[in-house]
Design a protein around this ligand. Structure first.
Ligand code: PNS
Length: 179
């Protein structure tokens, strides 16, 4: 022991970000205030339905929305998060918890990731004002004509509007964009 505290680990914050919401951004900002470096890791092939946004679009929205944070980087990954987290040198995985029911799935995922990689997960409780905000709800509300300005960063709003402008009317249904 040299009497010095160990340096805080860098964090990895994984997700689909299809698209980024203000709830995600709040977690990123809070993680960036605690950890020296936060790598936001966008999964290329989420085990969900086909994403609305390409991986490049999702990364560009994240880069634009986090440009005020000097210690945040954005990357994409395929395959196991545990492998990517190890390769990227992360010391901790950060996950947001919006509601108590999120915890059930996140608990087993956290334990599996620790078993696979030795990297622990730290949970950040969602700000209550975003506890009901999800990417899938934001898309549904937007494509059904609702206001979503208070749920997504400005950069996301622009990209969503541009995406809608390129779509045929039949594509902008709730069915198509639920994920
Ligand atoms: O934003 P999401 O969709 O809730 O993020 C889910 C994500 C990307 C964190 C999760 O799907 C993931 O970790 N995918 C990588 C595949 C993986 O590692 N699976 C095993 C989990 S123990």
């Amino acid at each position: 022991m040299n009497g010095k505290s160990p340096a805080p680990p860098s964090a990895i914050y994984p997700g689909s970000f299809d698209p980024l919401t203000l709830g995600h951004l709040d977690v990123i900002e809070r993680a960036a205030a605690v950890f020296p470096r936060v790598l936001v890791a966008v999964v290329v092939n989420p085990q969900k339905r086909e994403p609305l946004f390409t991986i490049e679009e999702r990364k560009q929205m994240l880069v634009a929305a986090t440009k005020h944070l000097g210690n945040v980087e954005v990357a994409d990954f395929r395959g196991l998060l545990a492998d990517f987290a190890k390769r990227s040198g992360a010391g901790v995985i950060v996950k947001g918890l919006r509601v108590v029911s999120d915890f059930e799935n996140e608990m087993s995922t956290a334990l599996m990731n620790r078993s696979l990689s030795g990297i622990d997960t730290m949970f950040v409780p969602s700000d209550p004002k975003y506890s009901f905000v999800s990417s899938s709800l934001v898309k549904e509300v937007f494509f059904l004509g609702g206001e979503i300005d208070q749920y997504v960063p400005e950069a996301v709003l622009h990209v969503l509007r541009a995406k809608r402008a390129t779509m045929r009317p039949t594509e902008t249904t709730e069915e198509k964009h639920r994920s």
